[in-house]
Design a protein around this ligand. Structure first.
Ligand code: F6P
Length: 328
């Protein structure tokens, strides 16, 4: 019989995402449910190295399910990229009598966890928390649904002024090197064109499509551009290029930026975070490690962390087809 696990450490790392607090709440309350202590680790791996810990209980997570961001803060840690830094982190865990780690974050977070587990044989379980939705092994990452709704709301507002002035708007959205936010929010907001890294159709096609929109009587248009788009032009250069080639358009640019990372999490993200948080603790208590919890076809599933970070995320071809037809 292995040593009874008594204390689980919990951290958030990488870009924050709405719903991370709901996941923190679920982990803490599930630990309480199973009579296991939960130690909150501030500022991700950097706080782990520094031993920036706080013992948490069911009351520590009151009134946070509806709050964006993460009460445990997040930070990038160059020190954790070094073996010496990871050694310090291991010593902090031993000093804090912490037996396992739950990591809420994206692929960078999980990569650190895999290396740490290999070097110190320390149990780690991942919960996918990023607005990018670019993690394999789950249909949705925590924060993605909220970010989609934030982007759709922002584009709806932009559309008001675009149509008032008969303007063409280029709206840049986050997603790092994935086009999930751009494609889904673009369809949801009725964008005329959506540029994503997974499908670079070239600038000529963009010009053709905008000419067609004009011919079909559209007086204003929205082009959603994923920040990782591969046209070779940034969103400002794209606007200049189009107005240089299509003088009939007056273009403006709106970069949504970090507002996509904030806001009160949607119900979907709160429920997802709660389900994943419970499962993560139960995996640890079952003696499991190097797994990520996820949701596929509404079932809570597990995926090896190595696969979660290495798999290729594929864009939904059917949705691409819908977006083409909708821009008629
Ligand atoms: O990974 C989440 C994300 O918001 C990406 O969409 C974006 O490219 C990146 O983080 C921005 O990172 P930072 O907050 O460090 O500027």
């Amino acid at each position: 019989m292995g040593k009874k696990l008594k204390r689980i450490g919990l951290l958030t790392s990488g870009g924050d995402a709405p719903g991370m607090n709901a996941a923190i709440r679920a982990v803490v309350r599930t630990c309480t449910h199973y009579n296991v202590e939960c130690v909150g680790i501030y500022r991700g791996y950097q706080g782990l190295i520094e031993g920036d810990f706080m013992l948490m209980n069911a009351r520590s997570v009151n009134n946070i399910i509806n709050k964006g961001g993460t009460i445990l803060k997040s930070a990038r840690s160059d020190e954790f990229r070094t073996k010496a830094g990871r050694k310090k982190a291991y010593e902090s865990l031993k000093e804090g009598n912490i037996d396992a780690l739950i990591l809420i974050g994206g692929d960078g977070t999980f990569t650190g966890g895999i290396i740490f587990n290999k070097e110190f044989d320390f149990p780690v379980i991942g919960i996918p928390g990023t607005i990018d939705n670019d993690i394999c092994g789950t249909n949705f990452t925590i924060g993605y649904d909220t970010a989609l709704n934030t982007v759709v709301e922002a584009i709806d507002k932009i559309r008001d002024t675009a149509s008032s002035h008969n303007r063409l708007f280029f709206v840049e959205v986050m997603g790092r090197d994935a086009g999930f936010i751009a494609l889904n929010a673009g369809v949801g907001a009725g964008a005329e064109e959506i540029l994503i890294p997974e499908e670079n159709l070239g600038l000529e096609r963009l010009l053709e499509s905008l000419k067609k929109s004009k011919r079909s009587g559209k007086s204003s248009s929205i082009v959603v551009v994923a920040e990782g788009d591969k046209t070779g032009k940034n969103v400002f250069e794209l606007a200049d290029y189009v107005t240089a080639n299509l003088p009939e358009y007056e273009a403006r640019v709106s970069v949504l930026g970090h507002m996509q990372r904030g806001g009160s999490p949607s119900c979907f993200d709160r429920v997802l975070a709660s389900r994943l948080g419970v499962k993560a603790v139960e995996l640890i208590l079952d003696g499991k490690t190097n797994l990520m919890v996820g949701i596929i076809n509404n079932e809570i599933v597990t995926t090896e962390l190595e696969k979660a970070i290495k798999g290729q995320h594929t864009i939904d071809q059917e949705l691409l087809r819908v977006s083409d037809i909708m821009s008629t």
